[in-house]
Design a protein around this ligand. Structure first.
Ligand code: AMP
Ligand code: MG
Ligand code: MG
Length: 337
């Protein structure tokens, strides 16, 4: 490589380190047990202290280094002075060493839009915290509270939690970073927690082993906490051999690229641009596809509507099959932008 790295490579390298820092914050708040939960639009739309701190950390760190990029974060937060210890200045050396795909080598900061979901799967994060708290209470039963839930429930829920940083140019998701803060949780004490996956169009995706669902099995992954009749009708119309209900848009894309599911089907509004930008970039970097239920692409320009009103349909392979199975009732209810 000659000369200094392209702006977009420096941005992805920083986003990698920043997502890891956010993952650390997410773990720390869980272990403190003080989640500071706020209901946004309702009980299934929550914000915690970890969402607030992680977003502050991500946005302040990236805008300090890249002052001209547009950064759009999920959480509506008052603009206030950010604690110095929330600022991450590191970069992934491995990413800096890579050659930028020629089509992105001249991108300017002011042309780039970054979509930030500080915690994707906040609902599951709060449920996991409750399980862990119940467990702690079970070990000290004189303190009362409810019946403890099995520990394995909490472990499973923590896998649903991700930090998402998506990078867009010209309305397209071109690169993305996903940190999964509790990856390896099952292995117990002494193991390094968390992992970071990243991808870029023209380069590929890294930090995981790409796998496909074996054979012709149709395994559909969908929401576990935001379901409705349209969602279940659409899942049924895919004639799945198996349905995997897990939380988080990031986590569902991980299911696709690690061979655990063949399609992510969510025939409902609810997902936003910050939920899909990073996952879409990683999925597209390995030849997959994310669209609305009509098979139309979403755009990620700075001025787009945040809501993905026409649902989310994502696959690693055979996208056309799944689009062709979407029922008329869904197509009529969910109009493309
Ligand atoms: P899920 O698959 O239900 O975990 O949703 C994936 C992402 O979309 C998460 O960030 C959710 O918060 C968001 N989402 C989906 N449906 C809704 C909804 N009805 N209200 C609020 N957020 C939603
Ligand atoms: Mg989200
Ligand atoms: Mg979120």
């Amino acid at each position: 490589m000659s000369g200094s790295p392209a702006v977009v490579m420096r941005l992805v390298a920083s986003a990698y380190a920043v997502a890891e820092k956010a993952g650390t914050i997410v773990r720390k708040v869980l272990h403190s047990g003080e989640l500071g939960i706020v209901e946004k639009t309702g009980a299934n739309d929550l914000q915690t202290l970890a969402d607030r701190l992680a977003q502050q950390s991500i946005c302040a760190s990236l805008s300090k280094r890249f002052p001209k990029i547009t950064i759009i974060g999920e959480e509506d937060l008052p603009s206030e002075e950010i604690q110095e210890d929330l600022i991450e200045t590191g970069q992934s050396e491995e990413i800096l060493q890579r050659s930028c795909p020629p089509e992105y080598s001249q991108l300017k900061e002011e042309e780039i839009v970054v979509w930030v979901d500080p915690i994707d799967g906040t609902k599951e994060y709060t449920e996991a915290s409750r399980c862990l708290h119940f467990q702690a209470v079970a070990q000290a039963p004189h303190k009362g509270l409810d019946t403890p839930q099995p520990h394995s429930t909490a472990l499973w829920l923590l896998d649903n939690v991700t930090v998402l940083i998506g990078i867009a140019h010209g309305g397209r998701a071109i690169a993305g970073v996903i940190n999964q803060p509790f990856y390896n949780y099952k292995l117990g004490a002494g193991t390094q927690l968390g992992r970071t996956m990243w991808g870029m169009l023209g380069l590929g995706a890294f930090g995981f082993q790409l796998q496909e669902v074996p054979g012709d099995r149709r395994i559909v992954t969908t929401t576990r906490s935001h379901s409705n009749k349209l969602v279940t009708d659409c899942v049924d119309a895919m004639e799945p051999h198996e349905v995997v209900r897990v939380g988080g848009a990031g986590n569902k894309i991980i299911q696709l690229v690690e061979g655990k599911a063949s399609a992510y089907v969510f025939a409902s509004p609810g997902c936003k641009k910050w939920d899909t930008c990073a996952p879409e970039a990683i999925l597209h970097a390995v030849g997959g596809k994310l669209t609305d239920m009509h098979g139309n692409a979403y755009r990620y320009d700075a001025n787009v509507k945040h809501m993905n009103s026409a649902g989310v349909l994502a696959t690693l392979r055979n996208h056309e099959y799944y689009v062709s199975r979407v029922p008329q009732s869904v197509l009529q209810a969910l109009k493309s932008d």
